[in-house]
Design a protein around this ligand. Structure first.
Ligand SMILES: Cc1cc2nc3c(=O)[nH]c(=O)nc-3n(C[C@H](O)[C@H](O)[C@H](O)COP(=O)(O)OP(=O)(O)OC[C@H]3O[C@@H](n4cnc5c(N)ncnc54)[C@H](O)[C@@H]3O)c2cc1C
Length: 449
């Protein structure tokens, strides 16, 4: 059946969903399409279920660290309970999201959207034409072009597992691998993590990631950097043998579950973008400052768009807000110039906002560093943390804060506070002069400098 719209949005995640609803509320005739659960990656198979799981693993770790300090008895992490509790968050998302679209007057379609020409897509038997399209199809695990690559379990599939087997191996050292590796190790599994290059957790401070590697090893995770997986073989007993190359030497690893943590790539393959004459790069759909692709009426936002921004939920939401300004208010947008905080939800957590030393050096931005081991601070002594670290970068001339890095149980909160400080161009003296509730991890801030 042929349907005609003002706007068709492909993808119902944090970027696409917001655009569809707001445009409909302005009186536009809007349709959305999704081939998976409504709501997209973050609430169904990403940030939210992950944070439920890592949050409980954090409480478990806390309880273990404080046993004998007022807490008694054993606690255990249990995968089936953890999964059942997590499902109470994810199960309602798709239906509720679809309902909210319908209540906003948006037509909803299920299936893969494929462009037939620059003004038409098909979704199963439906043909949808529109004046404007927004492609908000997110990202998917990067292809693993190795023999046996089909044996890896993706993060989507990880959430669905009935059991976590004894030996779990992660291919790739990104944040998803580290977060799941910590979880599996706390579930008592034998965990291995292999990373192709020297530095794991791309974009984070190297000194902090090295400390996190040491703490992750202390948790029992076997980490190998400079180790490239060449092929994966499935054995008769259902386990896997991984053939790897480390410094020109061949080695083998064995596992019962191999998890893909080797990065994510923009989700463009099935869209038929060549028929729409939309240009792409390896980082996604090429867009201008107004999120327009090579076809001015086809926009792209979120993880699928090549905007130079990190593929994170707050960024997807901000891009959606800006695109709405352009679509509904005809505003010319500018490139996003906000500090983007990012957290690895291991325990302790690793947080960053603003520049790393590496980035500042590459961009030839002068900086001063203040780096401190804060493990002995009251905040961390009282919770018996094995380590807590902070590193702050400032402009040596103005003393303005330009980067902040934390490896502590409170890294998520500290990094948010420093996001405000960096955005407001505060100096370290201005931040230190504020009064923070005491005792709290934030009240330690004046002692960081
Ligand atoms: C395991 C995991 C953990 C994460 N943790 C965090 C975190 O802690 N913090 C954070 O900020 N970010 C996190 N992210 C990233 C975050 O989920 C994404 O940045 C965010 O969801 C991007 O939103 P989006 O709107 O661009 O796309 P998505 O939310 O990915 O939505 C895209 C939608 O498009 C649909 N789609 C794709 N192709 C088609 C097609 N051809 N036709 C129809 N529908 C299509 C998909 O089914 C999907 O529903 C995590 C991601 C993963 C996988």
């Amino acid at each position: 059946m042929m349907n005609t719209y003002d706007l068709v949005v492909i993808g119902t995640g944090p970027s696409g969903g917001r655009i569809a609803k707001k445009a409909a509320k302005k009186g536009w005739k809007v349709a959305v399409v999704d081939e998976n659960e409504y709501g997209g990656t973050c609430p169904n198979k990403g940030c939210d279920p992950k944070k439920v799981m890592t949050g409980i693993a954090e409480v478990y770790d806390y309880a273990k660290r404080l046993r004998g300090s007022g807490l008694q008895g054993e606690v255990f992490l249990d995968w089936s309970d953890l999964k059942a509790f997590t499902n109470t968050f994810t199960d309602p998302v798709s239906k509720m999201t679809e309902q909210s679209f319908q209540e906003s007057g948006v037509d909803t379609f299920h299936g893969t959207a494929v462009f037939q020409d620059p003004h038409t897509i098909v979704v199963n038997d439906d043909v949808l034409s529109a004046n404007e399209f927004v492609v908000a199809t997110g990202a998917k695990p990067s292809p693993l072009p190795i023999e046996g690559g089909e044996h890896v379990t993706t993060s989507d599939q990880f959430f669905e597992l009935e059991n976590i087997p004894e030996r779990v191996l992660f291919v790739g050292g990104g944040y998803i691998s580290f977060e799941f590796a910590h979880l599996c190790a706390r579930l008592g599994k034998k965990v291995t993590l292999l990373h192709r290059s020297r530095h794991v957790l791309n974009g984070f401070d190297h000194e902090m990631t090295n400390k996190l590697i040491e703490m992750t090893k202390d948790l029992g995770v076997d980490i190998h950097v400079d180790t490239e997986v060449k092929s994966i073989e499935k054995r008769d007993n259902g386990s896997y043998r991984l053939n790897v190359k480390k410094f020109d030497h061949e080695h083998h690893f064995h596992a019962d579950l191999v998890v893909h943590g080797a990065g994510r790539a923009p989700n463009v393959d099935k869209l038929g973008l060549e028929k729409a004459e939309v240009e792409t790069s390896k980082d996604g759909i090429i867009v201008n400052h107004n999120f327009q692709s090579s076809q001015a009426h086809i926009y792209a936002v979120g993880d699928v768009a090549d905007t130079g921004q990190p593929p994170l939920t707050p960024v997807a939401g901000e891009e959606a807000r800006r695109l709405l300004n352009h679509l509904l208010e005809n505003k010319e947008e500018e490139a996003i110039d906000l500090p983007v905080p990012s957290v690895v939800f291991t325990y302790p957590k690793l947080g960053k906002v603003g520049l790393t030393q590496q980035e500042a050096s590459e961009k030839k931005i002068p900086y001063e560093v203040q780096s401190k081991n804060i493990t002995s601070f009251y905040s961390y002594k009282k919770t018996n943390e094995s380590g807590a670290y902070v590193k702050v970068l400032t402009n040596p001339v103005t003393d303005e804060l330009i980067g902040a890095h934390f490896l502590t149980g409170a890294a998520d909160h500290l990094v948010n506070l420093f996001t405000v400080a960096i955005h407001k161009k505060m100096t370290k003296q201005e931040l230190s002069a504020l009064l923070f509730a005491y005792p709290s991890e934030e009240s330690d801030i004046p002692s960081f400098f």
